[in-house]
Design a protein around this ligand. Structure first.
Ligand code: 13P
Length: 247
């Protein structure tokens, strides 16, 4: 049985007070799922302090594809390690689209993150156009393959995969449980052909308009092991309800 995992991706929202609000809300919530929050970089230090004696882990929203050097504005995996991060989201569709990150760039980030003992949360997902063209499977497997080609299949034993259909992110229009399960299953089946043990152990999260009212149905699917939460992760009560739905 894979453990359920819920990760809050704040994107460019929130502040240090929101960390405290989550800590207090989750302290009043009974849950068994693994939980992490990913605030913007500048709040990681405060978050590390506020979450120190809790069972809420910390994550970052990105990391550099380089270890160190003249990369103005970038943050290294080592720095994230020092700030107490456990997870690092990489390959989010917003970064692929707005920062022109390629799957090869994402694979280099994966390498850097794992080199520091952090867990990459690798995001894959198709646009609406790609879905309508019947390319969903090729797109998501292609994004995954780039990492496997660079790092080897065994590297996924220490990673998390997140399926985030681009058309469902921030739109209020989540994938149906059937649509999500279908893609999760196809990702796991592809992985199975490479390495059955890795495929069975890998947590595959769903992200895209997860809310308290659809979380339980999504998380009940065989291949959906939790969620990567955007908008609802800015509301401590809603986030806690989603964590409970995974517990
Ligand atoms: P929403 O939950 O706001 O749709 O965002 C999902 C997401 O992109 C999480 O990484």
């Amino acid at each position: 049985m894979r453990q359920k995992l819920v990760i809050g991706n704040w994107k460019m929202n929130g502040n240090a007070d929101l960390v405290v609000a989550h800590r207090e809300q989750l302290a009043d919530t009974a849950f068994t799922a693994e939980v992490a929050i990913c605030p913007p970089f500048v709040y990681l230090h405060a978050a590390q302090h506020h979450l120190a004696d809790t069972n809420v882990a910390l994550g970052a929203q990105d990391a550099s594809d380089h270890a160190e050097g003249a990369y103005t504005g970038q943050i290294s995996a080592q720095m994230l390690h020092e700030q107490g991060c456990k997870y690092v989201i990489i390959g989010h569709s917003e970064r692929r689209a707005m920062c022109a990150e390629t799957s090869e760039d994402v694979a280099e980030k994966f390498v850097q993150v794992q080199a520091k003992g952090l867990i990459p949360v690798l995001c894959v997902g198709e646009t609406l156009f790609q879905r309508e063209q019947g390319q969903t499977q090729d797109v998501v497997v292609g994004q995954l393959k780039a990492v496997v080609a660079r790092c080897g299949i065994k590297a996924l034993a220490k990673a998390v995969l997140a399926y985030e259909p681009v058309w469902a992110i921030g739109t209020g229009k989540a994938a149906s449980t059937e649509q999500a399960q279908e893609v999760h299953q196809s990702l796991r089946q592809w992985l199975h052909k490479q390495d059955a043990e890795v495929a069975e152990g890998l947590q595959i999260l769903y992200g895209g308009s997860v809310k308290p009212d659809n979380a339980a149905a999504l998380f009940s699917q065989k291949d959906i092991d939790g969620g990567l939460i955007g908008g609802a992760a800015l509301q401590p009560e809603a986030f806690a309800a989603i964590v409970q739905a995974a517990s």
